[in-house]
Design a protein around this ligand. Structure first.
Ligand SMILES: [Zn+2]
Length: 70
């Protein structure tokens, strides 16, 4: 039950709480966060930005089309 709350520090291997912000032994920030987790977070943040850029691009193209047609 408690194992869900515990993770292993990626730097020194000590068992630390997953909620801890810093490893008490080596001082690694967010010691239980894996590379995989970071990548997922990056992808999640990237998608909305990509959609916003496409939306703005379509609005600009539509706006330019309106100006040209007048
Ligand atoms: Zn550590």
């Amino acid at each position: 039950m408690n194992e869900d709350l515990l993770g292993q520090c990626r730097t020194c291997g000590r068992q630390v709480s997953r909620k801890t912000l810093e490893c008490p032994q080596c001082g690694e920030p967010r010691p239980t966060m894996t590379e995989e987790g970071n990548e997922k977070k990056k992808r999640y943040e990237y998608r909305p930005i990509f959609n916003i850029i496409i939306t703005i691009g379509l609005l600009v193209i539509g706006f330019l089309g309106l100006i040209c047609s007048v």
